[in-house]
Design a protein around this ligand. Structure first.
Ligand code: BTN
Length: 245
């Protein structure tokens, strides 16, 4: 059955992610969406700050997927695919959008949205999962980023309709994933993958690896060809390398 979203919008919060994690711990049901217009302590991956001025989308969703804890990582690809569909619908299908492993949405090779997934596991089962979405709708707070409005031209991308578009596409993709599994999501993600078959560097805490990006496996792990040997990378940050020649 399709999940029904219950959206709560606040003017300002420290972090929607922290709020939804608390709701998860308190036992609230799946489908609660906490959105705010600005965050004072927005968090990104790896403990980074997520600068959160007015005009952009900040929301966290409480999920309780009926899946093994090991499959929870697939959800970041489910939501990335939903984000791609939403941005294309808001701006136009010809937008140059790519999905960068594991959690970034890029337009014209610049980041326009990021995803943060945090969960609690109990006895090998997923107890709750907090899915945080930060999208530069009106402006990019960092120089190296881009906003959706930057590429929408005269078309306005109002924040609440964009939020609803994301939720609509995510509900569809999430339901499809629960019914048919990861394979179609993986395929759609790969159609949009940033840097497929290109040389890249993966920064893994403590070390880095270089190779050719060959795709993702059935768990979402990155497949890296290192001098003809395939290696699976489960977490890290990718950095594209200039083409040789
Ligand atoms: C990243 O790319 O590093 C992930 C960014 C996630 C930011 C969102 S904004 C809504 C939610 N609340 C937070 O504090 N973080 C996430």
């Amino acid at each position: 059955m399709a999940v029904e979203w219950k959206v709560h919008t606040y003017a300002s919060l420290p972090s929607t992610q922290d709020y939804v994690k608390e709701l998860g711990e308190e036992g609230l049901e799946e489908g609660i969406v906490v959105q705010c217009l600005q965050q004072t302590k927005g968090r990104g991956r790896h403990g980074r700050e997520w600068v959160s001025p007015l005009g952009n989308l900040y929301m966290s969703i409480l999920l309780r997927p009926a899946c093994e804890a090991v499959d929870a990582g697939q959800i970041s690809f489910v939501v990335a695919v939903a984000m791609a569909r939403a941005v294309k619908e808001a701006v136009g299908a010809d937008v140059s959008l790519t999905l960068k492993w594991p959690n970034d949405v890029l337009i014209n090779d610049k980041k326009c949205a990021g995803l943060l997934i945090e969960s609690e596991v109990d006895d090998g089962k997923l107890s709750w999962l907090a899915l945080g979405i930060g999208a530069n709708v009106l402006s990019s707070p960092v120089d190296e980023g881009i906003s959706i409005q930057d590429v929408a031209g005269d078309k306005q991308v109002p924040i609440h309709p964009f939020r609803d578009l994301v939720l609509k596409h995510f509900a569809e993709a999430y339901e499809a994933w629960q019914k048919t599994g990861f394979a179609p999501i993986r395929e759609e993600w790969l159609e949009n993958a940033h840097g497929l078959n290109q040389k890249l560097k993966v920064n893994i805490p403590g070390h880095e690896k270089e190779g050719v990006f060959k795709g993702i496996d059935e768990t979402g792990a990155l497949l890296l060809d290192i001098d003809g040997r395939e290696e699976k990378i489960y977490s890290g940050e990718i950095v594209m390398m200039a083409a040789e020649g």
